[in-house]
Ligand binder design. Structure first.
Ligand SMILES: Cc1cc2nc3c(=O)[nH]c(=O)nc-3n(C[C@H](O)[C@H](O)[C@H](O)COP(=O)(O)OP(=O)(O)OC[C@H]3O[C@@H](n4cnc5c(N)ncnc54)[C@H](O)[C@@H]3O)c2cc1C
Length: 485
């Protein structure tokens, strides 16, 4: 007979692991199943050859008062993972339209924000500074009801109401690319403004002691402490549904029964592959099929024998590199920017214990399509590598080993491909117009006992933070439904 649980959570990503820990803490007998050998999904931390690191650049926002802190507190283990609010400096490099390059070094703490340095970086004249400041102030002070009303408007549309120069548009475009991994013309203004307001209040640039993914590991330990089980290297092959209700799952490690299944495997893979579309109405299946995921980040892990980069986070952008719909189409057609947008995170700048032998690991990426079969990935990576070596020429001698990753690697580590141009996305379902706010899919699937958790439903905010926000909200939904019978 199959082992029986109160709830099965498929996936120990930030969303699945946080939801499972909260359900277990509330007394449910929970089983977590993940196909990987380490919890954390897209934000897992590895330890190899004297380095602790994520597979790609991962740093969180907000810095203070995050859902991660709240979940640890609710689990009764507030200090189990140290929250590292940013003390280190970040670097912003902008190539202006005239070819000159500006650099600004600052901290991610809100109290250290220096608008004058940003104005200088973006080459703004006096009138332009005033208009850029008006835009910024309107965004920062927008009341919640007005923010919520902007689900159907892109942030590009909001910015177009102001007479700001291209450099300001590029700055916001770069910011949206890094935080939401979509273009300025795609991100819903509601979601972007809500997140930006949070960053302005609480800072951005949080990391976790021992590595970002240690948080998911702590959530899984909490499941076990509360009497649940966590099985790694266990791939769910099928969600069993009978008479419109969930009965359990079949995995490559056996079958398990439960009346509740919470899936962190992505709404498209869950509905179209794991549960099977025959269990849903045709309009629902069509809606799920039509959802468009976020774009991807592809790049390199550079392992160096000495510290080369002084900053925790570094971003380099230009008017020609931030991504929007037209530029994405160009990239997909093989017309690549000479100097791609570059995002770099150095884990040991946050936690020095992550580079034990005096070396440094730099995680570098650029934005592109989530299609695991993207034909120009190698050419784009070559340009990214050249740009990295131009920005930090000392890396030439220091680099001992380079590992590359593409959308195909992201997909095989996290979610299966269920529709065309999907699989390697960074965030999951993108926070784009028509797909978030009141248009976001319901975390309750139209099958009794089936829920989605993670970046496809139930949460708001930046990447990993959205996943945990979903974990909190979906745990609440499950408990409410269970109490209601
Ligand atoms: C390159 C890159 C850079 C990023 N940078 C940042 C950043 O700087 N800051 C930030 O906040 N966010 C960043 N993100 C996004 C962030 O990592 C994700 O938004 C977040 O981690 C997603 O969490 P999740 O819970 O939704 O799902 P995931 O992390 O996708 O976890 C899903 C889990 O489900 C498991 N799973 C899937 N299918 C099955 C199955 N059939 N059986 C068993 N297990 C299964 C997977 O193994 C995985 O562990 C980045 C993502 C990428 C890819």
């Amino acid at each position: 007979m199959a082992e029986r649980y109160d709830a099965i959570v498929i996936g120990a990503g930030m969303g699945g692991a946080s939801c499972a820990a909260l359900l277990a803490k509330r007394g449910l007998r929970v089983l977590v199943l993940d196909k990987n050998s380490i919890p954390g999904g897209k934000a897992m931390t590895l330890a190899k050859r004297g380095f602790g690191y994520e597979l790609w650049p991962i740093v969180g926002g907000p810095s203070l008062g995050s859902q991660f802190e709240r979940v640890l507190a609710e689990l009764g283990v507030p200090g189990e993972v140290e929250i590292l609010a940013p003390k280190q400096k970040n670097l912003l490099v902008y190539r202006r339209a005239d070819g000159s390059v500006g650099r600004v070094v600052g901290s991610a703490r809100p109290e250290d924000a220096n608008p004058l340095l940003l104005a200088e970086l973006l080459g703004l004249g006096e009138a332009e500074v005033a208009e850029a400041a008006r835009l910024m102030m309107d965004i920062v002070s927008m009341p919640a009801a007005e923010v919520d009303a902007l689900d159907d408007v892109s942030l590009a549309d909001v910015i177009a109401r102001y007479r700001v120069p291209q450099s300001v548009v590029s700055y916001w475009g770069m910011w949206v690319n890094i935080v939401f991994v979509v273009g300025l013309d795609r991100v819903a203004a509601s979601e972007a403004i809500l997140t930006f307001q949070d960053f302005m209040r609480n800072g951005a640039g949080r990391y976790h002691g021992g590595g970002f993914g240690k948080m998911a590991e702590a959530f899984c330990r909490s499941v076990e402490r509360s009497g649940g089980s966590v099985r790694l290297r266990a791939r769910v092959e099928r969600i069993r549904i009978e008479d419109g209700a969930v009965r359990g799952v079949d995995t490559d490690a056996g079958a398990f029964d439960a009346p509740i299944v919470v899936s962190n495997a992505g709404i498209q893979p869950t509905v179209l592959r794991l549960a099977g579309e025959e269990n849903f109405g045709k309009p629902y299946v069509e809606r799920v099929r039509s959802l468009v995921p976020s774009e991807a980040i592809i790049g390199f892990r550079y392992f160096m024998d000495r510290p080369v980069i002084e900053h925790g986070m570094a971003i380099s952008f230009s008017d020609a590199s931030h991504l929007h719909a037209a530029r994405l189409a160009e990239i997909e057609a093989g017309r690549l920017p000479d100097e791609p947008l570059l995002f770099c995170v150095v884990p040991s700048a946050y936690d020095p214990g992550l580079a034990s032998e005096g070396g440094q690991c730099a995680l570098v990426g650029t934005i592109c399509t989530p299609d695991p079969d993207f034909a120009h990935a190698e050419a784009l990576l070559e340009r990214l590598d050249s740009h990295f070596r131009r920005l930090w020429p000392e890396a030439e001698k220091a680099v001992q080993r380079v590992e590359r990753y593409t959308s195909a690697d992201v997909s095989s580590l996290t979610r299966d491909r269920a529709v065309v141009r999907q699989g390697g996305e960074c965030i999951g379902l993108a926070q784009s117009v028509g797909q978030c706010g009141r248009h976001k899919p319901d975390a309750r699937a139209p099958v009794h006992g089936l829920y989605f958790v993670g970046c496809d439903a139930g949460g708001r905010g930046c990447g990993t933070h959205q996943a945990v926000d979903s974990g909190v909200n979906v745990a609440k939904l499950v408990l409410e439904d269970r109490a209601a019978g």
